[in-house]
Design a protein around this ligand. Structure first.
Ligand SMILES: CC(C)(COP(=O)(O)OP(=O)(O)OC[C@H]1O[C@@H](n2cnc3c(N)ncnc32)[C@H](O)[C@@H]1OP(=O)(O)O)[C@@H](O)C(=O)NCCC(=O)NCCS
Length: 187
């Protein structure tokens, strides 16, 4: 997803810094709240001039989400099914590259569950141009904080083998020998 103004380079090596500083000065807390909702959270990044915001309230544009999923190499799903999945999710978190006119979706995660006892985290993704800067960790942190606030007792997630280390590094326990898990797939 091209997010304008460069991405990796702007994440790690400040460019057009004066423009971004101007944004930060002119973006009041009220502006941010209007764009991202009262529970939004500013992310820490290696480039302090780049504003990245986590929001559970800002509506996700399905086409933007599809572009993000394309960027991380996931196969496409019909948008009407994705819309329904989001509507039925317990929580949906967007990671936004702040732009007062047009915030860009650069990360995403969602959870399903009953909101009391069980929850499952799905579709955790950070755009490749923004990976490796601690954003995935902050995204997961925001998901878990919200689930903790709901007093959900147990959270599970399913990870591809090459990403298991991402979760275990954050304290997730691996299921011993994959023997307690069962799946049913629609024929
Ligand atoms: C997995 C993903 C969300 C990580 O996002 P990220 O922003 O790059 O992660 P972070 O920079 O916050 O990394 C946090 C820690 O996890 C480690 N990590 C990140 N990706 C990893 C991976 N694929 N395997 C193992 N460790 C990983 C980092 O080295 C870092 O370790 P540190 O805290 O010791 O420095 C991102 O790579 C992604 O979107 N991948 C494609 C989609 C995907 O596979 N999603 C996972 C579904 S569970």
């Amino acid at each position: 997803m091209a997010s304008g103004g460069g991405t990796v380079s702007s994440l790690h090596q400040p460019r057009l810094a004066w423009v971004r500083i101007l944004w930060m000065v002119t973006s009041t807390a009220t502006d941010l709240e209007g764009l991202y909702g009262p529970g939004h959270r500013l992310c820490t990044t290696p480039n302090p001039q780049l504003s990245l915001v986590l929001s559970l309230e800002r509506e996700i544009d399905l086409f933007e989400l599809e572009q993000l999923c394309d960027a991380v190499g996931w196969s496409r799903r019909p948008l009407r099914r994705v819309r329904k999945a989001l509507q039925h999710s317990l929580l949906v978190v967007g990671l936004w590259r702040h732009d007062p006119r047009l915030p860009r979706l650069v990360g995403f995660a969602r959870c399903t569950g009953d909101g009391v006892i069980e929850a499952t985290v799905w579709d955790v993704a950070v755009h490749p141009l923004y990976q490796g800067a601690g954003l995935g960790k902050q995204l997961m942190g925001s998901v878990l904080d919200r689930l903790r606030a709901m007093q959900v007792e147990r959270v599970s997630l399913f990870a591809d083998p090459d990403v298991v280390a991402f979760s275990s590094a954050q304290g997730w326990e691996l299921e011993p020998q994959s023997r307690r898990c069962a799946f049913w797939y629609s024929p």
